[in-house]
Design a protein around this ligand. Structure first.
Ligand SMILES: Nc1nc2c(ncn2[C@@H]2O[C@H](COP(=O)(O)OP(=O)(O)OP(=O)(O)O)[C@@H](O)[C@H]2O)c(=O)[nH]1
Ligand SMILES: [Mg+2]
Length: 326
């Protein structure tokens, strides 16, 4: 099977909700590009595990398991996948790595289908709060999400809720200008909850579909940060009652298992509705998306695959699994 065959195969998806085939194809290419490092390393490691082996025996399966663990899929997931291979593959399938990869892709996709999915957004406006530690890509993801929503005809208003650093306000204001959307900001050192309050009122007056709130990744202490996030959360609950409300945790895939530890901390103090996994283009740890979904029980909504506003891919289990192994 050539890469193009696989690409075409990806296009047979729910026709009623699917975007045009050309866009679908573009997204698939973007995802493939974003997962290239993970894919290449995974295929290389799997190749090395199978090399010179005559049958798919327990020892070979153990090497395959190590290849999967190295891609940060998580130990439990790697064990389960190898168990599936043991059940489904024939010993002679060792001669057919493509078949082994197809089995793995199917099984990962099935596992992800069982993982929690993000709640559907209902009618009416939506407030999205972006949280995460410093440098993970919150502000860049806001730019990407803005582009994504604008491309779908939605109006967006940004809230410069990271008032901790003057540069953070400038950064989001610059994105707002480039993307031609409104931004609500105050002076550095201001109260982020007040910025969010203003942004919600402005969005109501302007009938905006989406408010996206940037937040600081670092404050004087972690307790300060968590207290600030809950204060912002309370303002959103009160001022945007009846709206769709969601908090998205941004995690940097290049930090591997550390990202999982951060996620657990955030989820303990703040209600997290879903995850955006960034910087997949710069890492072979793409399996993180599976670990987030399965080990944290948090739905993965989007993948960041570059630094530009168009480098965002909606997370779809089947496509993701295919891009890892195809
Ligand atoms: N390669 C790559 N770089 C990314 C991606 N997302 C963000 N970045 C880069 O990561 C760096 C940090 O991104 P920011 O969006 O400023 O991160 P932040 O979480 O807002 O950081 P703070 O505001 O300091 O908390 C920037 O250089 C971005 O260009 C991605 O998906 N891929
Ligand atoms: Mg930022």
């Amino acid at each position: 099977m050539s890469k193009d065959d696989i690409t075409d195969d990806r296009l047979e998806l729910a026709p009623e909700s699917a975007p045009p085939a050309s866009e679908k194809k573009g997204l698939w290419k973007k995802l493939q590009r974003g997962l290239l490092m993970t894919h290449t390393e995974l295929i290389d490691r799997m190749g090395a595990a199978l090399e010179g082996r005559a049958v798919l025996d327990d020892e070979t399966l153990e090497y395959l398991e190590e290849s999967l663990i190295a891609a940060d899929l998580g130990v439990e997931t790697a064990l389960e996948l190898v168990e599936k291979l043991k059940q489904r593959a024939q010993p002679a399938d060792i001669q057919d790595p493509a078949r082994l990869r197809a089995i793995l892709a199917e099984e990962i996709s099935a596992m992800l289908d069982d993982a929690p999915r993000p709640p559907e957004l209902g009618p009416g406006p939506t407030v999205t709060l972006m949280v995460g530690v410093n440098g993970v890509g919150k502000t860049t993801t806001i730019a990407k999400l803005t582009r994504w929503l604008k491309d779908r005809g939605q109006t967006v208003l940004l809230a410069a809720g990271d008032t901790f650093r003057a540069a953070a306000i400038e950064q989001i204001a610059l994105w707002a200008e480039r993307l031609a959307v409104d931004v609500v900001r105050q002076k550095p050192g201001g109260d982020p909850a007040a910025v969010v309050y203003d942004a919600i009122q402005a969005a109501r007056a302007r009938k905006a579909d989406h408010v996206i709130v940037d937040t600081a990744g670092r404050l004087h202490t972690k307790d300060h940060l968590m207290a600030e996030l809950s204060k912002i959360g309370r303002v959103i609950e009160r001022e945007a009652a009846g709206w769709n409300r969601r908090a998205l945790l941004v995690l940097d895939a290049t930090t591997g298992q550390n990202a999982l530890i951060q996620a657990k901390e955030f989820a303990r103090t703040a209600a997290v509705d879903g995850v955006v996994l960034t910087k997949l283009d710069g890492t072979a740890k793409g399996g993180m998306a599976v670990a987030v979904a399965r080990e944290l029980g948090l739905p993965v909504l989007y993948l960041g695959v570059g630094e530009s506003p168009e480098d965002l891919v909606e997370f779809e289990p089947k496509e993701f699994a295919a891009a890892l192994f195809a």
